[in-house]
Design a protein around this ligand. Structure first.
Ligand SMILES: [Zn+2]
Length: 272
Protein backbone atom coordinates (compact mmCIF):
# COMPACT_ATOMS: atom_id res chain seq x y z
CA UNK A 1 0.00 0.00 0.00
CA UNK A 2 2.82 2.38 -0.86
CA UNK A 3 2.52 4.24 -4.17
CA UNK A 4 -0.30 6.52 -5.32
CA UNK A 5 -3.05 5.19 -7.56
CA UNK A 6 -5.92 2.74 -7.67
CA UNK A 7 -5.70 -1.01 -7.14
CA UNK A 8 -8.25 -2.58 -9.47
CA UNK A 9 -10.80 -1.73 -12.16
CA UNK A 10 -13.97 -3.80 -12.64
CA UNK A 11 -16.18 -2.97 -15.66
CA UNK A 12 -19.94 -3.46 -15.16
CA UNK A 13 -22.55 -3.84 -17.91
CA UNK A 14 -25.88 -2.51 -16.65
CA UNK A 15 -27.98 -2.75 -19.80
CA UNK A 16 -28.08 -2.68 -23.56
CA UNK A 17 -29.54 -0.17 -26.02
CA UNK A 18 -30.29 -1.01 -29.63
CA UNK A 19 -30.30 2.16 -31.72
CA UNK A 20 -29.46 3.85 -35.01
CA UNK A 21 -25.72 4.47 -35.15
CA UNK A 22 -26.40 8.18 -35.83
CA UNK A 23 -27.11 8.49 -32.09
CA UNK A 24 -23.38 7.90 -31.59
CA UNK A 25 -21.82 9.04 -34.88
CA UNK A 26 -23.06 12.43 -36.04
CA UNK A 27 -23.87 12.55 -39.74
CA UNK A 28 -23.59 8.81 -40.37
CA UNK A 29 -25.58 8.00 -43.51
CA UNK A 30 -25.24 4.22 -43.63
CA UNK A 31 -28.51 3.53 -41.82
CA UNK A 32 -26.68 1.02 -39.60
CA UNK A 33 -28.04 0.04 -36.20
CA UNK A 34 -25.95 -0.98 -33.23
CA UNK A 35 -26.50 -2.75 -29.91
CA UNK A 36 -24.55 -0.70 -27.38
CA UNK A 37 -23.69 -1.65 -23.80
CA UNK A 38 -24.65 0.56 -20.85
CA UNK A 39 -21.44 0.57 -18.80
CA UNK A 40 -20.34 1.54 -15.33
CA UNK A 41 -16.94 1.11 -13.71
CA UNK A 42 -15.89 0.03 -10.22
CA UNK A 43 -12.48 1.21 -9.06
CA UNK A 44 -10.86 -0.16 -5.94
CA UNK A 45 -8.87 2.62 -4.27
CA UNK A 46 -6.93 2.77 -1.03
CA UNK A 47 -9.94 4.52 0.48
CA UNK A 48 -12.47 1.93 -0.72
CA UNK A 49 -14.54 1.28 -3.84
CA UNK A 50 -15.49 4.12 -6.17
CA UNK A 51 -18.37 3.69 -8.63
CA UNK A 52 -18.30 5.59 -11.91
CA UNK A 53 -21.84 5.91 -13.35
CA UNK A 54 -24.84 3.96 -12.10
CA UNK A 55 -26.90 2.61 -15.04
CA UNK A 56 -30.66 2.78 -15.58
CA UNK A 57 -33.50 3.00 -13.06
CA UNK A 58 -35.45 -0.28 -13.45
CA UNK A 59 -38.64 1.23 -11.98
CA UNK A 60 -38.99 3.26 -15.17
CA UNK A 61 -38.93 0.00 -17.17
CA UNK A 62 -41.16 -2.12 -14.92
CA UNK A 63 -44.15 0.23 -14.78
CA UNK A 64 -45.92 0.47 -18.14
CA UNK A 65 -47.08 4.13 -17.91
CA UNK A 66 -43.62 5.22 -16.68
CA UNK A 67 -41.99 3.18 -19.44
CA UNK A 68 -44.18 4.89 -22.05
CA UNK A 69 -43.37 8.31 -20.64
CA UNK A 70 -39.63 7.87 -20.28
CA UNK A 71 -38.61 5.21 -22.79
CA UNK A 72 -41.42 5.22 -25.33
CA UNK A 73 -40.54 8.59 -26.84
CA UNK A 74 -38.36 7.27 -29.63
CA UNK A 75 -39.49 3.90 -31.03
CA UNK A 76 -36.16 3.67 -32.88
CA UNK A 77 -34.31 3.23 -29.57
CA UNK A 78 -34.92 -0.05 -27.69
CA UNK A 79 -33.41 -0.50 -24.25
CA UNK A 80 -33.18 -3.73 -22.25
CA UNK A 81 -31.94 -4.55 -18.79
CA UNK A 82 -29.54 -7.47 -18.26
CA UNK A 83 -31.68 -9.32 -15.67
CA UNK A 84 -34.97 -9.13 -13.85
CA UNK A 85 -33.80 -7.16 -10.81
CA UNK A 86 -31.94 -3.92 -10.24
CA UNK A 87 -28.98 -4.01 -12.65
CA UNK A 88 -26.64 -2.07 -10.36
CA UNK A 89 -27.38 -4.25 -7.32
CA UNK A 90 -27.05 -7.42 -9.40
CA UNK A 91 -23.71 -6.41 -10.87
CA UNK A 92 -22.35 -5.21 -7.52
CA UNK A 93 -23.33 -8.57 -6.01
CA UNK A 94 -21.52 -10.39 -8.83
CA UNK A 95 -18.42 -8.41 -7.84
CA UNK A 96 -18.95 -9.45 -4.22
CA UNK A 97 -19.98 -5.95 -3.16
CA UNK A 98 -22.98 -4.15 -1.74
CA UNK A 99 -24.06 -0.51 -1.77
CA UNK A 100 -22.37 0.18 1.57
CA UNK A 101 -18.97 -0.76 0.05
CA UNK A 102 -19.15 2.25 -2.29
CA UNK A 103 -17.33 5.18 -0.67
CA UNK A 104 -17.80 7.66 -3.55
CA UNK A 105 -19.74 7.90 -6.81
CA UNK A 106 -18.72 9.78 -9.95
CA UNK A 107 -21.43 10.61 -12.48
CA UNK A 108 -20.37 11.48 -16.03
CA UNK A 109 -23.69 13.14 -16.85
CA UNK A 110 -27.38 12.93 -15.99
CA UNK A 111 -28.70 10.86 -18.89
CA UNK A 112 -30.93 8.01 -17.69
CA UNK A 113 -28.43 5.29 -18.58
CA UNK A 114 -25.84 6.84 -16.25
CA UNK A 115 -27.89 8.48 -13.48
CA UNK A 116 -30.57 5.85 -12.81
CA UNK A 117 -28.80 4.38 -9.77
CA UNK A 118 -27.90 7.61 -7.95
CA UNK A 119 -31.00 7.16 -5.81
CA UNK A 120 -29.33 4.29 -3.94
CA UNK A 121 -26.70 6.66 -2.59
CA UNK A 122 -29.19 9.11 -1.14
CA UNK A 123 -29.67 6.35 1.45
CA UNK A 124 -26.02 5.36 2.02
CA UNK A 125 -24.75 8.95 2.12
CA UNK A 126 -21.83 8.30 -0.24
CA UNK A 127 -20.68 11.55 -1.87
CA UNK A 128 -21.77 11.92 -5.51
CA UNK A 129 -19.38 13.84 -7.77
CA UNK A 130 -20.88 15.76 -10.69
CA UNK A 131 -20.20 19.01 -12.54
CA UNK A 132 -22.26 21.91 -11.22
CA UNK A 133 -23.26 22.88 -14.79
CA UNK A 134 -24.74 19.41 -15.28
CA UNK A 135 -26.98 19.56 -12.21
CA UNK A 136 -28.05 23.10 -13.10
CA UNK A 137 -29.12 21.93 -16.53
CA UNK A 138 -30.75 18.80 -15.11
CA UNK A 139 -32.86 20.90 -12.74
CA UNK A 140 -33.70 23.58 -15.32
CA UNK A 141 -37.20 24.15 -16.69
CA UNK A 142 -38.91 21.23 -18.40
CA UNK A 143 -39.35 19.90 -21.00
CA UNK A 144 -35.67 20.50 -21.85
CA UNK A 145 -33.94 17.99 -19.58
CA UNK A 146 -36.57 15.24 -19.89
CA UNK A 147 -36.82 15.63 -23.66
CA UNK A 148 -33.04 15.24 -23.68
CA UNK A 149 -33.03 11.97 -21.75
CA UNK A 150 -32.50 13.28 -18.20
CA UNK A 151 -35.18 12.06 -15.79
CA UNK A 152 -35.47 14.32 -12.79
CA UNK A 153 -36.73 11.50 -10.56
CA UNK A 154 -33.25 9.96 -10.90
CA UNK A 155 -31.37 12.88 -9.32
CA UNK A 156 -33.71 15.45 -7.74
CA UNK A 157 -33.38 14.25 -4.15
CA UNK A 158 -32.31 16.59 -1.33
CA UNK A 159 -30.71 13.64 0.49
CA UNK A 160 -27.99 13.23 -2.18
CA UNK A 161 -24.60 14.45 -0.92
CA UNK A 162 -23.57 16.27 -4.09
CA UNK A 163 -19.95 17.25 -4.56
CA UNK A 164 -20.32 19.69 -7.44
CA UNK A 165 -17.24 20.71 -9.41
CA UNK A 166 -16.59 23.57 -11.80
CA UNK A 167 -13.89 21.75 -13.77
CA UNK A 168 -11.38 18.97 -13.18
CA UNK A 169 -11.44 17.42 -9.73
CA UNK A 170 -10.09 14.49 -7.70
CA UNK A 171 -12.61 11.90 -6.48
CA UNK A 172 -10.30 9.48 -4.65
CA UNK A 173 -6.61 8.50 -4.81
CA UNK A 174 -6.09 7.43 -8.44
CA UNK A 175 -9.52 8.56 -9.66
CA UNK A 176 -10.16 12.00 -11.09
CA UNK A 177 -12.86 13.66 -13.17
CA UNK A 178 -12.04 15.84 -16.17
CA UNK A 179 -14.45 18.23 -17.79
CA UNK A 180 -15.55 17.11 -21.27
CA UNK A 181 -18.71 19.13 -21.98
CA UNK A 182 -20.58 18.96 -25.27
CA UNK A 183 -22.66 15.79 -25.19
CA UNK A 184 -24.30 17.51 -22.19
CA UNK A 185 -23.58 20.93 -20.64
CA UNK A 186 -21.57 19.52 -17.72
CA UNK A 187 -20.35 16.17 -19.02
CA UNK A 188 -17.22 14.83 -17.32
CA UNK A 189 -14.93 11.89 -18.09
CA UNK A 190 -12.76 9.92 -15.67
CA UNK A 191 -9.04 9.24 -15.44
CA UNK A 192 -7.95 6.20 -13.43
CA UNK A 193 -4.26 5.84 -12.51
CA UNK A 194 -3.30 2.33 -11.39
CA UNK A 195 -0.75 2.07 -8.59
CA UNK A 196 2.65 0.60 -9.45
CA UNK A 197 2.10 -2.29 -7.03
CA UNK A 198 -1.10 -3.15 -8.96
CA UNK A 199 0.71 -3.20 -12.29
CA UNK A 200 0.65 0.51 -13.18
CA UNK A 201 -0.78 2.20 -16.25
CA UNK A 202 -4.30 3.54 -16.36
CA UNK A 203 -7.36 4.47 -18.37
CA UNK A 204 -9.24 7.50 -19.59
CA UNK A 205 -12.94 6.63 -19.49
CA UNK A 206 -14.50 8.99 -22.02
CA UNK A 207 -18.07 8.05 -21.10
CA UNK A 208 -20.40 9.79 -23.59
CA UNK A 209 -17.80 12.34 -24.71
CA UNK A 210 -16.97 9.53 -27.19
CA UNK A 211 -19.45 6.66 -27.56
CA UNK A 212 -17.50 4.58 -30.05
CA UNK A 213 -13.90 3.90 -31.11
CA UNK A 214 -14.79 5.73 -34.34
CA UNK A 215 -15.48 8.93 -32.36
CA UNK A 216 -11.96 8.72 -30.92
CA UNK A 217 -9.85 7.42 -33.79
CA UNK A 218 -11.53 9.43 -36.55
CA UNK A 219 -12.64 12.35 -34.36
CA UNK A 220 -16.28 11.94 -35.45
CA UNK A 221 -18.63 14.22 -33.44
CA UNK A 222 -20.99 12.35 -31.11
CA UNK A 223 -24.62 12.23 -32.26
CA UNK A 224 -26.04 13.79 -29.08
CA UNK A 225 -25.13 17.31 -27.96
CA UNK A 226 -26.82 20.00 -25.89
CA UNK A 227 -26.14 23.71 -26.24
CA UNK A 228 -23.32 23.40 -28.76
CA UNK A 229 -22.65 22.33 -32.32
CA UNK A 230 -21.74 18.73 -33.16
CA UNK A 231 -18.26 19.89 -34.17
CA UNK A 232 -17.78 21.35 -30.67
CA UNK A 233 -17.94 17.84 -29.21
CA UNK A 234 -14.68 17.05 -31.01
CA UNK A 235 -12.90 19.51 -28.71
CA UNK A 236 -13.57 17.25 -25.74
CA UNK A 237 -12.52 14.16 -27.72
CA UNK A 238 -9.20 15.85 -28.57
CA UNK A 239 -8.70 16.88 -24.96
CA UNK A 240 -9.16 13.30 -23.74
CA UNK A 241 -6.85 11.94 -26.44
CA UNK A 242 -4.14 14.43 -25.48
CA UNK A 243 -4.51 13.58 -21.80
CA UNK A 244 -4.29 9.86 -22.53
CA UNK A 245 -1.29 10.28 -24.85
CA UNK A 246 0.48 12.30 -22.17
CA UNK A 247 0.07 9.51 -19.62
CA UNK A 248 0.49 6.59 -22.03
CA UNK A 249 -3.10 5.43 -21.37
CA UNK A 250 -5.88 4.50 -23.78
CA UNK A 251 -9.20 6.30 -24.14
CA UNK A 252 -12.06 3.90 -23.44
CA UNK A 253 -15.20 4.84 -25.44
CA UNK A 254 -18.46 5.03 -23.49
CA UNK A 255 -20.76 2.71 -25.44
CA UNK A 256 -18.65 0.71 -27.91
CA UNK A 257 -19.82 -2.94 -28.01
CA UNK A 258 -16.49 -4.28 -29.30
CA UNK A 259 -14.17 -2.21 -27.10
CA UNK A 260 -16.29 -2.70 -23.97
CA UNK A 261 -16.54 -6.48 -24.28
CA UNK A 262 -12.78 -6.66 -24.97
CA UNK A 263 -11.95 -4.45 -21.98
CA UNK A 264 -14.22 -6.51 -19.72
CA UNK A 265 -12.41 -9.71 -20.76
CA UNK A 266 -8.99 -8.08 -20.45
CA UNK A 267 -9.59 -6.73 -16.95
CA UNK A 268 -11.20 -9.88 -15.63
CA UNK A 269 -8.04 -11.72 -16.74
CA UNK A 270 -5.80 -9.05 -15.17
CA UNK A 271 -7.70 -9.02 -11.87
CA UNK A 272 -9.51 -12.40 -11.63
ZN1 LIG B 1 -25.44 10.26 -22.61
Amino acid sequence: MDGPGALRVVPLTLGWVELPITVSLHGDTTGRRLREPVPAVLVETKQGWVLLDTGPNPALFADAPLYRRFHGRDPDIRSTLPGTGDPLLEELARAGLGLSDIVAVGISHLHWDHAGGIRHFAATGAPVYLQRAELEYGLSAQPGPEANGMFRIDYDDPAIDWHLAGGDTTIAPGVSAVSSAGHTPGHQSFVVDIAEEAGGGGFVFACDAADLTDNIENEVPVGGFIGCSPEDTVGSIRRLKALAADKGYRVVPGHDPVAWVALTAELSARWP
